[in-house]
Design a protein around this ligand. Structure first.
Ligand SMILES: Cc1ncc(COP(=O)(O)O)c(C=O)c1O
Length: 424
């Protein structure tokens, strides 16, 4: 999540109730602290310190964490990685994706989802998302598959799984790999099965804002034994398990996690189930409270999503009900009321990376010079998501019922005073 900008000083002679202009904030008590930690993390870190084994290769902590995280997601293998961006890069490399290949990517996501495809010289083909869920639209994905398409990456937006029935079915019927970018969705469930193994593999991030964190980190999980071997090799300089340390069998790099991170993550993992249940339950409360406010429509909970880990509670705000006030001003007004929040990702096709053509420098001819028709199309839903959807972060959903009521009270307060907020 991006840091919140400080509010501007109140205008002189203000009589507004808005906290942005000096009124009392809607939030009266602080949200719980993040990250959560206690003696368990402290003891685990001291153990690593005293053991003298700080790196993964001879260590035991990363290996223990990999196994526990994979088990929690009902996967056979887990390969811990330096961060979630690298987890995606290792994933596409281990799947053998390369120059000349195309991979479908939702237009609404963090840049790393598309960047991973470029990292191996393949073309990310951007596809619009579905209204409501904000996840890859299965029908548009089906029509974007071409002769060069070898995979698609789905993002479980805000923790809510994409339509895995439709997307896993599509991947299977068209013979392409399904990659789940689960950076938002640790322990989320679709038809009561954890995310991450509905396709070839799943990637996760443990960056500070994520649902499980050690500051920076990531993991790839898979059920496929051969793919697991390739993933492990790519993340460890092209080595093979059991072979000489200086034997390198394919191109790889050093994406290994350190023992410090493994130790912290194992301690963090002990709280994940309880935290996920709490966020899922609070998400339902917030759906009801925010859904009752004019112009506010929370991301709907699909009945097939049996656990939403809620990296973010996402709501669409109808600008008309908020006096046409722009996104950034609403973010500021809510933040001043004591509600951490941010707008959704800008659509990828609007990033300089794509508009300037810089992405082409990662491609080999003929793809580097080819016309990329998808960039000429419209992406109405990712554009709408980027302009009109707001995220309340997972840390707020670890609060109690009063916290949820105060979040809703802040939205209602900003809505009813929206005409006092000027500017974009
Ligand atoms: C959807 C998505 N994918 C990938 C990543 C990359 O993870 P990391 O920040 O650990 O590199 C993020 C991080 O914000 C993300 O939100």
């Amino acid at each position: 999540m991006t840091p919140i900008r400080p509010s501007p000083p109140p205008p002189p002679d203000s009589v507004s109730e808005l906290a942005l202009f000096g009124g009392p904030p809607a939030k009266t008590k602080p949200f719980p602290d993040w990250p959560v930690h206690d003696e368990r993390e402290r003891a685990a870190l001291l153990e690593v310190l005293d053991s003298g084994v700080w790196w993964r290769t001879p260590g035991t902590r990363v290996a223990a964490f990999e196994q526990a995280f994979a088990e929690l997601h009902e996967a056979r293998h887990g390969i811990a990685i330096t961060n979630g961006t690298h987890a995606l890069e290792v994933a596409v490399a281990a799947l053998g994706i390369g120059p000349g290949d195309e991979v479908l990517v939702p237009d609404s996501t963090f840049v790393a989802t598309a960047g991973a495809v470029l990292s191996v010289g393949a073309l990310p083909v951007l596809v619009d998302v579905k209204a409501g869920s904000g996840c890859l639209d299965p029908e548009l994905a089906a029509s974007a598959i071409g002769p060069g398409t070898v995979a698609m990456i789905v993002v479980h937006m805000g923790g809510h799984p994409a339509d895995l029935d439709a997307l896993a079915g599509l991947a299977e019927s068209r013979g392409i790999a399904l990659i789940e970018d689960c950076a938002h969705a640790h322990a989320s469930r679709w038809r009561d099965r954890p995310v991450g193994t509905h396709g070839a593999l799943g990637t996760f991030s443990f960056q500070m804002s994520k649902l499980l964190t050690c500051g920076e980190g990531g993991i790839v999980i898979t059920d496929d034994d051969d793919l697991a071997r390739r993933l492990r090799s790519v993340h460890d300089c092209g080595r093979r398990e059991g072979e000489w340390f200086y034997a390198h069998f394919e191109y790889g790099s050093n994406f290994r996690m350190s023992e410090w991170q493994g130790a912290v993550l194992s301690a963090q993992l002990e709280r994940l189930d309880e935290q996920t249940r709490l966020r899922h339950a609070n998400g339902i409360v917030l759906d009801e409270l925010l859904g009752a406010i004019e112009g506010v429509t929370p991301q709907p909970l699909d009945p097939r999503c049996t656990r939403n880990s809620h990296y973010a509670h996402i709501s669409h705000i109808d600008p008309e009900a908020f006096a046409g006030v722009g996104r950034d001003r609403l973010v500021e007004a809510l933040a001043a009321e004591g509600i951490p929040n941010q707008a959704a990702y800008p659509p990828l096709h609007e990033l300089d990376l794509f508009t300037s053509g810089a992405y082409r420098r990662r491609l080999a001819p003929p793809a580097a010079e080819a016309r990329h028709a998808f960039l000429e199309g419209a992406f109405p839903e990712s554009v709408r998501a980027g302009r009109e959807t707001f995220w309340v972060p997972q840390t707020a959903l670890l609060g109690d019922e009063l916290d949820m009521e105060e979040i809703a009270a802040a939205f209602e307060k900003v809505r009813s005073h929206a005409d006092e907020l000027e500017g974009p």
